[in-house]
Ligand binder design. Structure first.
Ligand code: FAD
Ligand code: PYC
Length: 417
């Protein structure tokens, strides 16, 4: 409670459902904690929340070099879905979708989860084959996904252009009706508030600059901009910069970091009822509750830590949007931005113990980790608390790259990332 202003207390008293964000007063770090999470994105804050709520660990700190939710959590296009191909992924992402369904009630904070349906367009025979394979695999796993003709796709999303004269005509679509969107900053703030209520320290403006190990090699704490902070366990959840942080403990990870961009239009009245993604012409779009079109672009083709990305990339995306939705041609774009995502060779995440006792890592979500926030945090907390993986994240180890047991979800983004 000590971290909240009078406004926040009032808002709590009246139910807490507001997108208004309290000013966070960062506490001074203690000399040591039972566990430290590096990175106050949704995954890190969620991990602290579940460590406290489900595993009774209260002496925890989340250490963030910037401000909470200022990384990819606050920069993404918020698409939520679980229509992944392989059994391991379906279990992980659907665990997350199920948590999304009740997250506002769980946190008493409106995360604005809206299951408005995610539709992936097919423009080629190859697209049709890939998406139908996903539909069948998903249904075999109890995950909803269905095939639509082009006419049914237009019925579901009236602004869609299904003219056969398009450069890449729409030949059909895969629709996951439970997919949708949520409010990204509310997720960060909801988990932060919940964790704070249970005694977790959230320490902003405090970069982790080193990971210290004792004579046996086990973790003993982190060096930070505010000095050394001791901890028996350290969980690294620093999307985009995981390799940099893990190198502090002497570990190399199979990760590459890329800028990924998004942009929003001026706000208009509600005209767009769902989420649409197209890999072939590369664009994805939804309409936020404020009325802005939220549009995602591609990654740069080369690795970089720049949070800008090439200007030609959003410009190609807008070409694609105008082709698919000609009625949006005169819309003006308000702002664009980038984030840094880190990607593994098989495009699946790593949620794992490491060879360093007491050090855990959650990374490699690439362009698709927002949807996974609750599920990932929930199983990572289990892994850290019990020093063994939850059955859902057991396949997502670091060792799979040594043993060749990949979970190849390269086709799963449904966008060319
Ligand atoms: P972050 O929110 O990035 O948090 C990591 C934190 O670690 C940051 O706040 C950072 O400052 C901190 N940190 C880094 N280094 C240090 C250090 N040394 N010391 C202390 N703190 C440190 N996913 C989807 O599922 N759907 C989408 O539609 C989607 N669209 C996207 C669009 C864009 C433009 C981008 C960039 C990403 C998109 N993603 C999407 C991916 C998604 O945003 C990420 O996978 C997810 O948000 C990662 O969450 P996180 O909590 O792990 O990381
Ligand atoms: O994973 O659905 C996704 C996604 C959409 C845009 C970026 N990632």
């Amino acid at each position: 409670m000590q971290n909240f202003s009078a406004f926040a207390l009032l808002r709590r008293a009246f139910g807490g459902h507001s997108s208004w964000q309290p000013q966070w007063r960062t506490p001074e770090p203690k000399a040591s904690y039972d566990a430290i999470i590096v990175g106050a994105g949704g995954h890190g804050l969620g991990t602290a929340y579940y460590l406290a709520k489900e595993h009774g660990m209260r002496n925890i700190a989340v250490i963030e070099r910037g401000w909470l939710g200022g990384g990819n959590t606050g920069r993404n296009t918020t698409i939520i879905r679980s229509n992944y191909l392989f059994d391991e992924s379906a279990a992980l992402y659907d665990h997350s979708v199920k948590l999304w369904e009740t997250l506002s009630e769980e946190l008493n904070y409106n995360v604005m989860y809206s299951a408005r349906g995610v539709m992936m367009l097919a423009h080629t025979i190859h697209d049709i084959q890939v998406f139908k394979r996903h539909v069948h695999a998903n249904r075999a796993n109890g995950v909803d996904n269905e095939w639509l003709t082009a006419e049914q796709a237009k019925e579901f999303c009236p602004p869609l252009n299904i003219s056969p004269n398009l450069r890449y005509p729409v030949l059909g679509a895969a629709l996951q009706r439970r997919g949708g969107t949520a409010r990204h900053d509310a997720v960060a703030w909801g988990y932060a508030r919940g964790a704070d209520d249970m005694g977790v320290d959230i320490i902003q403006n405090c970069e982790v600059t080193g990971i210290r190990r004792d004579a046996s090699g086990a973790v003993m704490g982190v060096d930070t901009a505010k000095g050394f902070i001791g901890a028996k366990k350290v969980g690294v959840v620093a999307a985009g910069h995981t390799s940099v942080v893990m190198a502090m403990a002497g570990m190399r990870l199979p990760l590459e970091s890329f800028p990924l961009q998004a942009l929003v239009s001026e706000p208009v009245k509600p005209v767009f009822p769902c989420v649409v993604m197209s890999n072939t012409v590369h664009a994805y779009i939804s309409q936020s509750d404020k009325g802005e079109f939220v549009i995602g672009a591609g990654t740069d083709a080369f690795v970089s830590y720049s949070q800008r990305g090439g200007l030609h990339i959003p410009s190609h995306t807008l070409d694609a949007i105008c082709e698919l939705f000609p009625m949006f041609r005169r819309m003006r774009m308000l702002r664009n931005w980038g984030g840094i995502v880190d990607t593994t060779p098989d495009r699946s995440p790593i949620i794992s113990k490491t060879p360093v006792p007491g050090l855990y890592v959650n990374c490699g979500w690439g362009t698709g980790g927002f949807k996974a926030t609750p599920g990932s945090a929930n199983v990572f907390a289990h892994t850290m608390a019990r020093d063994e993986p939850h059955p859902i994240n057991a396949p997502f180890t670091l060792e799979r790259f040594r043993d060749g047991v990949m979970i190849d979800e390269a086709a799963a983004a449904a966008v060319a990332h």
